[in-house]
Structures are given as structure tokens and as C-alpha cells.
Ligand binder design. Sequence first.
Ligand code: GLA
Length: 414
Amino acid sequence: MLRRVLRPLAVAMLLLQAAPPVLAQEVLDTDPNTLAPSKDPKRTANGLAQTPPMGWNSWNKFGCNVNEEVIRETADAIASNGMKAAGYEYIVIDDCWHGTRDANGFITEDRTRFPRGLTALGNYIHAKGLKFGIYSDAGTKTCGGRPGSQGHEYQDALQYARWGVDYLKYDWCSTGVRNAEEAYATMADALRATGRPILFSLCEWGNSRPWLWGEKIGNMWRTTGDITDKWEGKHGYSWGVASIVDLNEPLWPFAGPGHWNDPDMLEVGNGGLTEAEYRAHFSLWAMMAAPLIAGNNVADMTQATRDILLNREVIAVDQDPLGVQGHRVTRVGKQEVWVKPMADGGRVLLLWNRGDKPTRIVADWAMLGLPASVKMRGRNVWSHRDLGQLSSSYQAEVAPHDVIMIVLGGESSI
Ligand code: GLA
């Protein structure tokens, strides 16, 4: 009798014990990847940045020493020195603008550095026909130790929109075990919820391969650690220009209109490189369809710096609407040949001498995937000279660490 009573009880208890594994199985059956926002086929980025973003950012030159005067002087310079007309549009305040959070958790600006406040600064920038960019971080603190946006994403996005912000660079310090894709998707949603078009720049240094998931979240993603004003090599957490190129180049298939690989901001004009090296730096960024975010003191530029940053023919290569990132087609020792296809059917050819001696570099049409019989008009976009009709190959002597950049067009057969 006792057995008859106890047995079903034991079975019931066993069933109860069995319940948790059944539930656990159900949970496991839901693939967490299907819940990740960027895997949602309906998710799209914001439609901005159909060509690589152009502008200026305070970090490379001013670091943490930003203030209202620096930003106003920069906006004045860009509006009047030809940069605005050449396409430089966003004025971005990087780290260290932040004050504390107010009693309701809203971020405030540092009123010692920005006494008139960011609304007034945004108005000033907009009145010049330029756009206003700002910086935050997906962790608890920015890299400069200011308050980060973790747990305040929607509040911060709302505050930026109130200030009239048009661009957010979002860094990756103090993020602990946060999942990068989730963290960036949360801020993308918060920005979208403001109803204001805000270009979203992911600054996660390439750690979680943002080129694989960033397209539906933002408009550009850093592919590397920080750039430094040196030619090559790794220097602490930073990389020289030529080394950044090697890291960013293989990612060319992931770039396109609205979503760009970002090999970091320009060092042109900051004084650490030769004129040839800065010319190579700017040309390679244009070949890689990289965002052109100047990082020098634009209110005080040499003519040589001006000639590089304002070279409209090189900028046109960067800004070509086809939006295909150019890449290296041959590398022999220190000689490289690069090609970028253009919307009009033309191609841009870059000869890059990474070595320390002048060298002759030959680019065969075969490297461009063309038969030798094809004729094309050539134009050197640094000397601003037409080269007439070219066929089968182009070759030139290239100075050390320098480039020769040729736009080829009007293809015809001999
Ligand atoms: C990181 C970023 C830099 C810059 C600094 C600011 O290092 O990669 O581009 O924004 O933080 O602290």
C-alpha cells in the first residue's frame, strides 16, 4: 500500500526534478545569435555617410586640452580657408569635454572649458554651415577618465540631440566584459530614438572585428589602435602611418557607401613626418576610401600642409560615389602598386615607394585586370599634369616614402 502511494509520488518528484533540464533545453534551443540586433535583416544603419565622412577632430593635435576657443577657431578656419569648400564638414570634439552627470543622470559639459556651453557652440558651428561632432565611450569611463555612456545611452543620445550634435565617436575604454556588438547596437538605437540624424563612428580599435557586424550599426569603424605621427612601427598602443595601412588594407571588401573602414584620423601637418610621407599618408587614405578627418591645427597651417589637405583631385578619389576601397595589387620588396576603381569606369593607380632610396615602379595593365591593348588618359593628381594617352603600362621614378598617384580614365581599345 505504502509502495502504491510512494511510487507515484517518487515519479512526480522525478518529473519535477526533470523539469529544469527541459526548460534549460528550451532556452538553449533559442540561438543567442538570432537575438543579436545586427543579425536582424530589417536593421539598417541611418543612411548617412554615403561617401567617407570628412571633417576635423581635436585629439591628434590637442589631446585632452580642448576648450571653446580651440573649437571656435577651428570652425572659423575651416569655414574660411577652403577646407569647407573642399568637403570638410564635421567639427568633432574628442575626449575631455565632459563635466559631471546632473542629479537626473544627464551629462553636462565642463563649464570651465566651455563657459558658454555646448548648445551655443553647436549653434556657432552650424552658423558657419558646418556640423557638430562629439565623443563618448561605451564603458563606465572614457579613455581620458571622463564619464562614459554605459547605462546612460538613451539619456546621453537625447542630450547630444538637444545640443545639436550631428556626429558621435564612441570609444571602447572601461568596457569590462561588455559585448561590443551589443554595446554599439544599443547606442545606435538610442541615437535613432532621438529622431536626429547622427553619424555614428565606432571606435573599438578592431578588437571584435567590427567590419563583420558594423554595417547595420554605424557609419565607420576603427580597424586599428591609435595612429601616431610616425612613419611606421608600433609605439606603445599606437601605430605609425605605414603600419596602419598594412592593418587596414586587407579589410577592403568590407567597406562601402554608408559604412567605412576607419584607419584613424589624419596626422598631416602635425610635424612628425616629411612632406613626402604626409603626401603618401593622405593618398593612401584616399585610396582606402577612409574618412578624411584632419587632426592638425588648421588655424595655423604651412602652405605644404594646405596643399595636401586641400588637394581636390585626391579628395575626389576618396569621395568617389562608387565607394569601393582601393587595395594593393603588388608588393615587391619596398615597391607597391595600388588600384581603386571609380564610378565613371576609370581607375586610380598609386605607386608607393616605402623604401629609403628613389626607385622606378612599373604598373602593368595586367595588374589592373586589363589587356595591354587598352588605352587610357592619365592625369597625375599631385603635379596636376595630364599625361596624355597611356597603354600597356605606366612607370615612374618614385622618391623615398613618396607616392605617385595617377587617375586613369576614358578607356578605349587601340
Ligand atoms: C582612444 C581613441 C582615440 C582618442 C582617445 C581619447 O585612445 O582610440 O582616438 O579618442 O581614446 O582619450
